[in-house]
Write a protein that binds this ligand. Structure first.
Ligand code: DAH
Length: 341
């Protein structure tokens, strides 16, 4: 019996200390110490021993049980440590590894210019308003004093939705003047940026869709001097102090008098160069004093109120500012182009 116990001691302790995981360790505990385990089997044979031998054997058996139990405890502690180490290893974060850099976009060059202009006008107390791109002919033309026969109303120039030429894609942001006068309390100080549409073939300077900014002031005692002073200030903020401007007489049906604003070429100082196409001047916008007929058509008494308005192409401005020579680049959204700004 002594030999049996000695054999069990050696076999069990070795097996326990080599157990690979908690599950195998538990199986070994059952195998050696369980009710049907090997130690129990040995103890069953105690009955065959003499009364003198029994206490010594009993003591040995208790000792063996304690040894096996402590081997199990020892291995359990070891396994816990090994598991922890493995876990830590698997979860290690190497902060020195180079990261995956997210690709960040940025504002489109034309919207840089638009935001700059918005800031300037907000600083002068203007509000920014938005309006429909699908318009009634009434708003795009009639209420702006553009009569039935006007060439801009032709089907060859304008995208119409209906046979009767009443619903269309707006050809200008000027209908925003009418919307503002019909819905806003006086005085009015607004700018209205947005898309406009014309039946133009795509080339380096034309696109069937482009952007304009409309601006308008309506108040008592507003004169052409206010128009000139305000627009001169805007030009200085965009093109720099001392930029020379020229207000050239022009005709628009919805303003009287009307003018176009040119700036002296900031590239050549007026001598003539490729930027100004040899002209020395660059056309920036159309403007004028809001026509009395347009005012009264919107229920505003032209004897009490007056106002000025302007309309400006946004792409042309961005092209000038960023030296972009082909309008198509602005809309193609080729990343290789956009990344340059
Ligand atoms: N709507 C005109 C165009 O598309 C531009 C314009 C001219 C707007 C004079 C105005 C203005 O408000 O007063 O060519």
């Amino acid at each position: 019996m002594r030999e049996l116990m000695q054999a069990l001691r050696e076999a069990s302790v070795r097996a326990i200390l080599e157990a690979e995981d908690a599950e195998r360790l538990e199986n070994l505990r059952v195998k050696y110490l369980g009710k049907k385990g090997e130690l129990t089997a040995i103890l069953r044979q105690m009955g065959k021993l003499s009364a003198e031998e029994r206490p010594a054997m009993g003591q040995l058996a208790n000792q063996l049980r304690a040894e096996i139990e402590s081997a199990i405890d020892k291995r359990k502690t070891e396994l816990t440590a090994i598991m922890m180490e493995k876990k830590l290893e698997a979860e290690t974060l190497d902060v020195t590894l180079p990261g995956i850099e997210p690709r960040l976009g940025h504002k489109h060059p034309m919207y840089n210019v638009l935001d700059q202009i918005k800031d300037i006008f907000i600083g002068m107390g203007f509000e920014i308003v938005d309006g429909p791109e699908v318009e009634l002919a009434d708003y795009n033309f009639t209420k702006l004093n553009i009569d039935e026969g006007h060439p801009s109303r032709e089907w060859t120039d304008t995208f119409y939705f209906t046979e009767d030429s009443q619903i269309l894609l707006r050809t200008q942001t000027s209908p925003m003047q009418i919307h503002a006068m019909e819905t806003r309390p006086l005085p009015i100080r607004i700018i209205a940026p947005g898309r406009v549409y014309r039946k133009d073939e795509v080339d380096a300077t034309h696109s069937p869709m482009f952007h304009q900014i409309e601006g308008m002031v309506i108040d008592k005692g507003v004169t052409m001097a206010d128009l000139k002073a305000t627009l001169n200030l805007v030009v200085e903020k965009i093109y720099g102090k001392g930029t020379v401007t020229r207000f050239r007489p022009h005709h628009f049906p919805f303003t009287e008098p009307s003018c176009e604003l040119d700036i002296q070429c900031h590239k050549c100082g007026g001598k003539g160069c490729p930027t100004c196409k040899g002209e020395g001047w660059i056309e920036v916008l159309g403007a004028g004093m809001v026509h009395p007929k347009v005012l009264s058509g919107c229920g505003i008494d032209p004897d009490v109120y007056s106002g000025w308005a302007f309309g400006m192409g946004l792409e042309r401005l961005a092209m000038g500012e960023y030296k972009i020579t082909d309008l198509r680049l602005i809309f193609e959204n080729d990343v290789r182009f956009l990344e340059q700004f």
